[in-house]
Ligand binder design. Structure first.
Ligand SMILES: C[S@@+](CC[C@H](N)C(=O)[O-])C[C@H]1O[C@@H](n2cnc3c(N)ncnc32)[C@H](O)[C@@H]1O
Length: 304
């Protein structure tokens, strides 16, 4: 691959650069390198002499990042297919104990959404897959077709804050009784029909399948537990003065990050550099609709 295959506009680049303020020779760990958008903005700041370590669960995204970062000086970039929840093991394997800055830009990216074969989007038909890491065995269709009704409803309620979770789970179980639900559009249709039975009022402004798709994606990729596991180990791997930046896209993630920063501040291990999370400004919100729900929190490691 010579050219990057997808356009990608990274979110909140200016505040990430300003608050991390990386310097030549420093080491950055990007736990969600994706298409390399933030990497392209941050890497020049740590040259010469710096190292940029980019992780992603998705080997397709790593391939794109590799192309985008192809002109970086030899030895300055290391891309690894790994879960950011395994940060301590990944750093140990690469011979680092601590780094200067860590960035997470959570969730799914525009290229994954646009690829119908990945099954992340209800706007086009594809296999109901939703795995970031295609080496893992379980796909979203395995949950949708096998879980008991009550467990499906819990996933929709707790991971998607879907108030019609029980009605939707019931409808899915009726539909799958007649034949397995294996595609994105088949699932979207089942959710739409559950909503239709509830009347227009409950649909709101977003597509009725939005929260169900988010909930299944979070469940199949264990997103909230990965974030918790990462935060549990992160402080020990930041140098004193080093900074952690996390961009989240829904209140479940942001709540976990907020609680972590509050607890670290109370324990005297981190200082909170963003008492209120930073959101995109009006220009960015217009230019990049994905930025509208983005929230950035940054904390700094204390200690000598
Ligand atoms: C929003 S995108 C990041 C975009 C990137 N900052 C850029 O500018 O191109 C999030 C990425 O995180 C990856 N991802 C999600 N969960 C992960 C995890 N637990 N460990 C590593 N990568 C993960 C996804 O595959 C996706 O490529």
């Amino acid at each position: 691959m010579d050219e990057p295959q997808h356009e990608h506009q990274p979110v909140l680049v200016e505040p990430v650069l300003r608050l991390l303020d990386p310097r030549a020779g420093q080491v950055i760990l990007d736990g969600t390198v994706g298409l390399g958008g933030h990497a392209c903005a941050l890497l020049p700041r740590i040259l010469p002499g710096g190292r940029y370590i980019g992780l992603d669960l998705d080997e397709v995204m790593l391939g794109e990042a590799r192309v985008r970062l192809g002109t970086a000086p030899p030895g300055s970039v290391e891309l690894v297919q790994a879960n950011f929840a395994a940060l301590p093991e990944v750093l140990a394997r690469l011979g680092f104990e601590q780094v200067d800055h860590i960035l997470l830009d959570l969730g799914v990216n525009s290229a994954q959404l646009a690829d119908r074969t990945r099954g992340f989007s209800f706007e086009q038909d594809g296999p109901l897959d939703m795995r970031y890491d295609r080496r893992s065995e379980r796909r979203a269709l395995d949950l949708v077709n096998a879980l008991p009704e009550a467990e499906l409803a819990d996933i929709f309620y707790y991971n998607g804050q879907e108030l019609a979770s029980r009605k939707i789970a019931k409808r899915i179980c009726q539909v799958r009784h007649a034949g397995r639900i294996t595609t994105t559009l088949a699932l979207a249709r089942a959710v739409e029909s559950a909503y239709a039975a509830l009347g227009e009022r409950r649909g709101g402004r977003i597509h009725p399948a939005t929260r169900v798709f988010q909930a299944l994606r979070i469940a199949i990729n264990d997103e909230l537990n990965n974030l918790r596991a990462f935060l549990d180990g992160v402080v020990a791997h930041l140098r004193p003065g080093g900074k952690l930046a996390v961009i989240s896209f829904h209140s479940l993630e942001d709540g976990i990050v907020k609680d972590f920063v509050r607890a670290a501040k109370a324990a005297g291990t981190m200082d909170d550099l963003t008492r209120r999370p930073i959101s995109a400004d009006p220009q960015e919100r217009t230019a990049n609709p994905r930025s509208r729900s983005a929230k950035l929190r940054v904390a700094q490691r204390l200690g000598a």
